[in-house]
Design a protein around this ligand. Sequence first.
Ligand code: GDP
Length: 421
Amino acid sequence: MAEKPHMNLVFIGHVDHGKSTSVGRMLADTGNVDAYLIEKYRKMAEETGKATFEFAWVMDSLKEERDRGVTIDVAHKKFNTDKYYFTVIDAPGHRDFVKNMITGTSQADAAVLVVSAVEGPQAQTREHLFLAFTLGVRQLIIGLNKMDAVKWSEEKYNEAKGEVEKLLKLTGYKDVPVIPYSAYTGDNATKRSENMPWYKGPTILEALNNLKEPAKATELPLRLPVQDVYTITGIGTVPVGRVECGVLKPDTKVIFEPSHVVGEVKSIEMHHEQLPQAIPGDNVGFNVRGIAKNDVRRGDVAGPVDNPPTVAKSFKAQVMVLNHPSVITVGYTPVFHCHTMQIACTFVELLAKLDPATGSVKEENPQFLKTGDAAIVRIQPSRPMVIEKAKEFPQLGRFAIRDMGQTVAAGVCLDVEKKVQ
Ligand code: GDP
């Protein structure tokens, strides 16, 4: 079977606007949840007297069953369309979303922003939209859910669409379809709705098929952030980490930055098996000749000798402040989480605050930033660190900023002032 291109998809949006139900609906209607399971959960839902709709119930129950160690033969949160093979990254709560999007095992290639047609956009709608944009999720579909609950009203659709489009203007998203649907009944999810003949645009499924295929990370130069380093008797030094982009091959030289040491890759292992090569997404251990255990450490990034990972003296970034108790001013030094690196970095310049109304610069050199602000800033790491322009290496160019146990901001790197090695 010819493999379909793979896409990581995230469902975002305000709590209770119908993300879980929508995921369940897409899985079921594309034939990825067995009918008998849905029937089973419908019965369980009835028996326990829960008013929960069956698809939300499917999603919750999958988790519960997993927790209890029961095996379910469902391709959990993966579904196929005519064109793509989708993996759904869950974004139940705001925090998990931030974590998933930044340090997560899979970066979303596209997002479906679920907005209830009953309530219209709410606080988290805006926040998730901004965050998705800031973190470089470039393709977006907006689903106006619960159209059944507003009697399939075109007027309600136009009203909510108007509000959503105002929000969209705050970001750089273009050509975003706003689709009226019902996760509950399935109208315009995968099948065209007879209840909304006034709507001529794509269904959710069609919009998913219309997404553009993401650039292949294999074609970029190698970047492998080191998670850990082991010494194995008889083998030698074995760094462990995930290939973010490019290809790792035996008998090639790699450089580790910022430690600035070179070694030769001898063998690569994943799940105790030798690999002829490792590609993006592979979590591998690889034996490197020419380096000692203490030469490399967590936070180093391996790359080709002729295209080494970029070590920053400082970098320019676009950040969004998600949750800060007071204000961010020059001198603020929280911990940045970037690939496998955790490092204190200082805000050395607040270059510009971006206008939520137009997306353009609202204020040059603002005095401070507070929750909800998007801004361009200059950051200085307290020690050498590898970070890349998000445009060139999306996987290595985003970060979360944490302080006092919470994620206070997230951002992407726009430009790097290289450190002379
Ligand atoms: P989430 O918090 O965004 O994941 O939202 P859920 O999927 O858990 O849904 C929240 C509530 O909205 C549940 O009670 C659902 O049954 C209900 N809901 C979801 N989709 C629809 C819909 O299309 N129509 C109606 N009427 N209710 C819906």
